[in-house]
Design a protein around this ligand. Structure first.
Ligand code: C2E
Ligand code: MG
Ligand code: MG
Ligand code: MG
Length: 292
């Protein structure tokens, strides 16, 4: 009897594995066909200077709308695109599209605006990455000093060899480098000393319970103090309430990003946000707070 049960479990297990494998394959083939089409497009989310309430940067976030699968979240399709290598051409399109879209924002009275673009470790492993960035900047006319590339910590752990040279090359071009989702994954504090980062983004998981839980409070305080002490700009992701913002202001966090200010929105809506002064609204959390 136990043998039978074991066998049933085995059948269910393989059936489930096949389902998953099938779903993955399907996703991959749909994604392959989506590259270069309007199925893949960008949304943009403002990064707000905590002191002044001004928009200091804009992060480009990839979206995928498939006629069959509907809207597929990046957390689902990006890992898949990384595994099958599609992230390389997709990432190139993202960078080009982001630069083209953001250039008029700089030219329209916001010359200091930073454009933040996520880069997958897999793109770094592709030997042509540095040349791709250089080419895209030249062809779009986007200034290198207004571009910030966001890199997750995983990259630094995996790829040791020529990562130093690559990051230095980008740094020498004038491109800003940010460490994304800091505090999750495999943080090694020595990375902060070793690589030429400008910016540290605290993962949004740290915002949850940040005001209630003593331990979390200490961690956020300490990360901000450490980053500031190292001369890095600090950004808090996932800021959803005015209370979180007030706390970040009190501890000297430079920038904040989150639903409190704006969700990621289509490019057309960004121009209208650029002149906002986002502030602390006593009434508490809301979709966005405008103090003009
Ligand atoms: P990320 O780079 O850490 O981006 C921030 C994520 O947090 C975004 O999720 C954003 O929509 C979400 N977010 C922002 N504010 C809030 C908030 O107040 N509350 C909550 N709950 N969430 C907030 P999204 O757009 O789903 O992207 C997820 C991840 O997918 C990104 O995390 C990034 O790692 C990856 N990704 C997105 N676009 C690209 C891309 O073009 N290239 C690569 N390589 N990765 C990308
Ligand atoms: Mg990011
Ligand atoms: Mg992040
Ligand atoms: Mg994150």
């Amino acid at each position: 009897q136990s043998k039978l049960a074991g066998r049933n479990r085995y059948c269910c297990f393989t059936a489930r594995m096949n389902d998953e494998a099938e779903a993955r394959l399907r996703l991959e083939s749909e994604l392959r066909r989506a590259v270069g089409t309007e199925q893949l497009f960008l949304h943009f989310q403002p990064l707000v200077h905590v002191e002044s309430g001004r928009v200091a940067g804009i992060e480009a976030l990839l979206r995928w709308n498939n006629p069959e699968l509907g809207s597929v979240p990046p957390d689902r399709f990006i890992p898949q695109a990384e595994t099958c290598g599609l992230i390389v051409p997709i990432g190139r399109d993202v960078l080009r599209q982001a630069c083209q879209t953001a250039l008029p924002w700089l030219q329209g009275g916001h010359p200091d605006l930073l454009l933040c673009v996520n880069v997958s470790p897999r793109q770094f492993q592709d030997g042509a990455f540095l040349d791709d960035v250089r080419t895209i900047l030249r062809e779009t006319g986007f200034p290198a000093g207004n571009l910030e590339l966001e890199i997750t910590e995983g990259l630094l752990l995996k790829e040791r060899g020529d990562i130093d040279g690559l990051l230095q090359g980008l740094h020498d071009m004038g491109v800003h480098l940010a460490i994304d989702d800091f505090g999750t994954g495999y943080s090694s504090l020595s990375y902060l000393e070793r690589y030429p980062f400008h910016t540290l983004k605290i993962d949004r998981s740290f915002m949850i319970g940040m005001l209630e839980r003593h331990e979390r409070k200490v961690l956020v305080d300490t990360i901000v103090a450490m980053a500031t002490g190292l001369g890095l700009k600090v950004i808090a992701e996932g800021v959803e309430t005015a209370e979180q913002l007030a706390r970040l202001r009190a501890i000297g966090c430079d920038l904040a990003q989150g639903y409190l200010f704006s969700r990621p929105v289509p490019a057309e809506q960004i121009f209208a946000l650029l002149d906002n002064r986002f502030g602390l609204d006593e009434r508490g959390p809301g979709p966005s707070v405008h103090l003009h």
